[in-house]
Ligand binder design. Sequence first.
Ligand code: ME8
Length: 640
Amino acid sequence: MSKERFYITTPIYYPSDHLHIGHAYTTVAADAIARWHKFAGRDVLFVTGSDEHGQKIQRAAKKEGVSAQAYVDRIVSTFKVLWDKMNIEYDDFIRTTEPRHEKAVQTVFQTIYDRGDIYKSAYRGWYCTPCETFWTENRLVDGNCPDCGRPVELLEEESYFFRLNKYAPRLLEHIEKHPDFIRPEARRKEMVNFIQSGLEDLCVSRTSFDWGVPVPFAENHVVYVWFDALTNYLTALGYPDDQKMQDRWWPADLHLVGKEIMRFHTIIWPIILMALDLPLPKTVFGHGWLLFESGKMSKSKGNVVDPLVLIDKYGVDPLRYFLLREISFGQDGNFSERALIERTNADLANDLGNLLNRTLSMLNQYFKGVVPQPGEGTEKDQAFIDFARGLGPAVDKRMRNLELNEALIAIWQLVGKANKYIDDRAPWDLAKAEDKGELKTVMYNLIEGLRLTALLVKSFLPATGGKIWAQLNLKEDLDAQTLAAAEWGRLLPGTKTRKGDPIFPRIETKAEKRPLSKQRKEKKKPVKKREGVLLNIEEFSKIELAVAEILQAETVQGADRLLKLQIDLGSEKRQIVAGIAQYYTPLELIGRRIVVVKNLKPVKLRGELSQGMLLAASAPDGNLELVTVSSAIPAGSKVK
Ligand code: ME8
């Protein structure tokens, strides 16, 4: 029998700005789901990417004075850095500027046009550029975008239109017949209401700018960015050329998206697919928003949190755990550093970390770290085993139903029960008995419980699963293990464990852990003017200035103001440490070309070697900006 298959996607994010933990939230959830299904023995395809066209990107590039392509190239490279750091195991990354995607979009557009569902007309109406959305006058709220509340622009241009309206009855029928198509339930109701209030045909081409996929049959028209972006889900399957790939993976099992883009995924995208005569995705799930203090995270509110900073500070798995456990999947949830620290200390350091630590300590003490042969157990032993036995299938059920936080709660029940089992069975008392039979059973059960925990938790916290596995010193390759391995009793007596350091040290909650947004906003005090000194040209020419590309950026432990940068100077790579953490987050820096002084004596700052100094302009009000050059100037170029 062929394996069950599972095709899952995230939205392809805009590189108009840097990713923040809102984006990380969707991607971590998709990664945990994808990893789980693989673990459960299914064939999985997990696709993410970047949505690089449209007016918003073109304007952002213009503002920075670079070409749109150079702009997206730099920011998209930071997407990949972030996903690697977060242990996101995607199978493909679709960039909408790739030729394979342009071909897919043009084929979709041409096919629908040839079938008569795209026609030429003129658009006169409103447009929200931040949301890349067309609005009719009657949907505006106080004259602004009903989604984001920002001002809209009046557009008047020749456009091609897509017959959405024609398909509305068919779509409603599909939604009714397939209760899993739009989830959660509240979103389904919203979408049904939206469709019932009347669908206008959709404008699907633009002529007032050119950063997009050209409409194949009409000069000066580029495809509307959402029509372009949604097609990425087919691009990943080699559309239109690779029929085998499409037969194998289409329809998608799950498009995971934030709730604000449900309309695009449950109205426009299904209608594109109907017009192409393709089946509709099985489920579109719109999760809730991650709210930061009092509102949605957004650049203009200055409350954007760079996930790289959080990872440097707390580690990847505490962040992954927090995102997946704290928020009821589908609902909105709050992000705060305090809550992240509390969760880490309570669930990871106290419950799981201590369980591993004290179990292995006892095993060392009583059996020199070697797993004993269990004997007949008491009722209490059996109750613990029974719970652990049913856990794998229970978590699988939760994951199939997209109850991610519930799945983690179930796994932590095992952790809680194991801790309680230690207290109830008191191995230190059993160790005093002449017959060590009961002690052997209890210790075996505890280690077996930990083995199961490592297996069940690895889809959510890959590094943690690996650390537990390593301390249990199990020989099988953890990556190759499937749900079948989580069957009770597979642990071999005689296994020699290898206790290591605590896997989650407690995070100290000092005043130093102020919210990151506050740290960023406090600007440096204005610098006092120094008397000028005149240099002659020989003196100035002693300073070697060069262009360097920032390859990596990280925070420095215990130093709020410093960032550690790995830079490429063309002929060599170096590390420099700079006091710019209040002005830039790591993700904002990666890929930028800066100017550095090459021939400064290396120094150590907070224990970190700094081999050079970067140039930055410091305004009288204390603001600071790096001196940068465009990607047209290669790393290593001399600055004079
Ligand atoms: O919409 N809370 O891209 P985008 C939770 N390019 N999730 C959040 C979030 C928050 N505060 N902020 C962002 C686009 N997200 C289009 C998608 S798909 C064919 C095209 C997540 O960069 C969430 O998944 O604006 C949301 O839907 C997505 O990022 C929006 O990313």
